[in-house]
Write a protein that binds this ligand. Structure first.
Ligand SMILES: [Zn+2]
Length: 156
């Protein structure tokens, strides 16, 4: 007895393999310095965390990204791995007063978080672009619409 498996994903796998390879590391590096992951020349952000609609240099559409909660998640992880060992080391070595800890670690946490959030978001957008995620695939049928759960509920 033989069993045949059919899958609709076979065509998708062929189309993914046929696409030109996008370098992940350089795309993430370009994104982390707030530049377009495709060309490295155009700006990626028009505000602190608001991305441009499309790259002004090469025209690559940037509105496809779906970074969502990932940048804060990775920023918290990075900052936590810097602040917590630093705080514990200072406490073990110097036993400073509580106000010294507050004066040192609270501002450092705020500045590190605000400083890292933008480059982390840029790197994640670069990763999504390099992996043809979401609407960054030019052969995709259509971009995902903006999430509107309330509108979807109204239609049903
Ligand atoms: Zn570009």
């Amino acid at each position: 007895m033989s069993v045949q498996y059919t899958s609709s994903s076979g065509l998708e796998a062929e189309s993914i393999a046929a696409k030109p390879r996008r370098p992940v590391m350089s795309a993430m590096l370009r994104g982390s310095v707030c530049r377009c992951p495709a060309c490295g020349k155009g700006k990626l952000f028009k505000g602190y965390l608001t991305t441009v609609h499309a790259c002004e240099a090469c025209g690559e559409a940037m509105h496809h990204h779906r970074a969502d909660d990932a940048p804060p998640y990775f920023t918290i992880t990075i900052v936590g791995h810097i602040i917590v060992p630093g705080m514990l080391s200072v406490e073990l070595l110097y036993h400073p007063e509580l106000w010294v800890h507050l004066a040192l670690w609270v501002p450092l946490t705020i500045f590190l978080s605000l400083g890292l959030l933008r480059p982390v978001k840029g790197a994640l957008i670069g990763l999504q672009w390099a992996l043809y995620m979401h609407g960054f695939d030019p052969e995709a049928e259509e971009d995902l619409p903006e999430p509107d759960p309330a509108g979807r509920l109204r239609e049903e």
